[in-house]
Ligand binder design. Structure first.
Ligand SMILES: *[C@@H]1O[C@H](CO)[C@@H](O)[C@H](O)[C@H]1NC(C)=O
Length: 311
């Protein structure tokens, strides 16, 4: 009897392999082959070369096939490659439905010598940058409010995020390569952080060195934080929800991190002004004294000495 079962199983596995091979490596749930996706990305990179400001990261919208949904590819090369793993982990982690926000669904990820490719759903609808007339008009109170409400839900949202909080993890992969405006000018914290307690010792040693009073900095309450709220990273989806793009700087952060990252993001007051106001109404905020101290001590210290601080 066991022999028969083995025989049937082997036959079945063999047949299944033939079926997969027959589809000439069309990717799971996608109307493209890996080779087609790479070719589209090459063409895109060649066409934007001269005005492309970040050759190590790009987003390519694939040409549609038929009347179906569109797909996009996030490309990362060089130092950006590891960040793509965190992005993928968060997008899969957050894929559950929210009334307020949308996260692109992930279809595939693969790599070649030069790039890592993350293939995802393309969220239809204008970016907030386009909604604001390419930055020429102020963010409306309604748009600002919808964004703040979406991020309030994301912050503490649901049992799965609470499980990460309890496990002491920084991301669904537990560890994180720290990135973001706190680490200006390169946006890179300098070493991998294993978990929340590692993050606390990393930041505490640096805050002290920057001459800050660490007793005034809360590092014991963790909320999911996007960390790069700019008008190009958010969309008004065609179904009315807020589409969230770019998960490189997302992690379980101290409560004040999101507001302070917005404060540092370098966008015009057409964006920062209304959004800070809306976030304050949802209690997504940072103590004014902390903002002042970080501006006065942290930023100048990190930009000159932080990158080389090894601990
Ligand atoms: C964090 O990581 C360190 C080093 O791997 C480990 O010793 C520590 O127990 C971890 N802490 C938690 C809360 O998991």
């Amino acid at each position: 009897m066991p022999t028969l079962v083995f025989f049937l199983t082997a036959r079945f596995t063999f047949l299944a392999r033939c079926l997969v091979a027959h589809q000439s490596s069309m990717m799971d749930g996608l109307p493209y082959t890996e080779a087609e996706i790479k070719a589209h990305c090459q063409t895109h990179l060649a066409s934007v070369k001269s005005r492309f400001d970040d050759p190590e990261a790009a987003f390519v919208v694939l040409p549609p096939k038929g009347a179906g949904a569109r797909y996009g590819v996030k490309l990362a090369g060089g130092f950006q490659k590891p960040a793509l793993n965190y992005e993928r982990a968060f997008m899969e982690f957050l894929s559950s439905d929210s009334k307020y926000y949308r996260v692109p669904k992930i279809y595939a990820m693969f790599e070649d010598e030069r790039y890592a490719y993350l293939v995802m759903e393309y969220l239809e609808g204008p970016t907030m940058w386009q909604v604001m007339g390419e930055g020429t008009t102020q963010l409306s109170p309604k748009d600002a409010n919808d964004i703040a409400v979406a991020f309030l839900e994301l912050r503490n949202g649901g049992k799965r995020i609470q499980d990460l909080q309890k496990a002491g993890s920084l991301t669904p992969l537990e560890h994180w390569d720290p990135q973001g405006y706190m680490f200006s000018p390169d946006g890179d914290g300098g070493r991998i952080l294993l978990n929340q307690s590692d993050f606390v010792s990393f930041m505490t040693s640096r805050f002290k060195e920057a001459g800050m009073d660490i007793s005034a900095i809360s590092l014991d309450e963790w909320v999911l934080t996007h960390g790069d709220l700019t008008p190009r990273n958010l969309k008004r989806c065609t179904d009315g929800r807020i589409g969230i793009l770019d998960y490189r700087t997302m992690f379980l952060a101290p409560t004040w991190w999101e507001f302070y990252a917005l404060h540092l993001c370098g966008e015009s007051n057409f964006w920062i002004g209304p959004l800070k106001e809306a976030m304050r109404r949802q209690r997504i905020t940072a103590p004014a004294t902390l903002v002042e101290a970080l501006d006065a001590k942290w930023i100048p210290w990190f930009s000159t000495r932080g990158g080389a601080w090894a601990r």
